[in-house]
Each structure stands twice: as C-alpha cells, then as structure tokens.
Design a protein around this ligand. Structure first.
Ligand code: IDP
Ligand code: MG
Length: 132
C-alpha cells in the first residue's frame, strides 16, 4: 500500500516509479479509502499495540493505493526497497527515507511474509484471480 501521507504529499507517482525501477511488476492496483473496520481488520495483528488507535486513524485519514506486486524474492526485496519502519533509521535511497514523514506516517506498507502477502492481496482484491 501507498499510505495516506504519501498521497497527500503527491508522492504516489514517484513511489510507483521506484517500485518499477526496482524490478517489481504490478499485477493489480487501485485507489481506495479504507474505513475504520477495514483498517482495523487489515492491521488486526497490531490490535494490542499502544499505537493501534493512531494507526487506524491515520490509515483512514485519506485515500491509499493498494497494489499486488510480483518479483522473485518479492517480500524481502520490497522491504529492502522501502527501508526501516522509522524513516530516521531507514537506509539512504529507500522509499521511507525519501518520503516518510515519521515512524507512524511512513509512506508505504509492505507484507512481512509470503503467507501474509497472500492474505493481504486477497483482502484488497478479493474475487480477482491472481495469475502467475
Ligand atoms: P512495518 O510497516 O515496517 O512492517 P510494523 O511494525 O508492522 O512496521 O507496524 C505497522 C505500522 O504501524 C507501521 O508501518 C507504522 O505506520 C505504524 N507504527 C509502527 N510502530 C509505530 C509506533 O511506534 N508509533 C506509531 N505508529 C507506529
Ligand atoms: Mg509490518
């Protein structure tokens, strides 16, 4: 996902360019606006964390772009491309180093495992058959 802060700052196109330049192919993409229930469901794994309310408020504060990306070693390579959760700790040249506002408003989401990627893809694009 490209998160609300990045859309608000008009960084969507630059972030998509970086994703394509890094060798990912876009298999599906949409602009959407999560409601509270959707954000709570998507981030249910974090429901006990102290920042959960802040995270849900932020993720519902504006539109997002959801995408399904394909690449060999996609999960690990995408996390390398986006950088650490906190932009202050993200490596130079990463998406979060360039475009994240803060540890909370950090421009992009990446799945943390192949299993969760499949769940998250289905969450955003349910009913759509993902080929290849
Ligand atoms: P990740 O996005 O790098 O995988 P996670 O630890 O899975 O990081 O956290 C999910 C999201 O929750 C982060 O991307 C960020 O938006 C938010 N978040 C994580 N830690 C904090 C925090 O300490 N304060 C506020 N928001 C946070
Ligand atoms: Mg995570």
């Amino acid at each position: 996902m490209i998160k609300p802060d990045a859309l608000e700052a008009n960084n969507t196109g630059k972030i998509i360019d970086m994703i394509i330049e890094a060798g990912f192919s876009i298999k599906a993409m949409k602009l959407t606006h999560l409601n509270k229930t959707e954000a709570e469901t998507f981030y249910a794994v974090h429901s006990e964390r102290p920042f959960f309310g802040e995270l849900v408020d932020y993720m519902t504060s504006g539109p997002i772009v959801a995408a399904i990306l394909e690449k060999d070693n996609a999960v690990a390579d995408f996390r390398t491309l986006i950088g650490a959760t906190d932009p202050a700790e993200a490596a130079e040249g990463t998406i979060r180093k360039k475009y994240a506002e803060s540890k909370a408003k950090n421009a992009v989401h990446g799945s943390d495992s192949d299993e969760n990627a499949a769940i998250e893809c289905a969450y955003h694009f349910s009913g759509r058959e993902i080929v290849g």
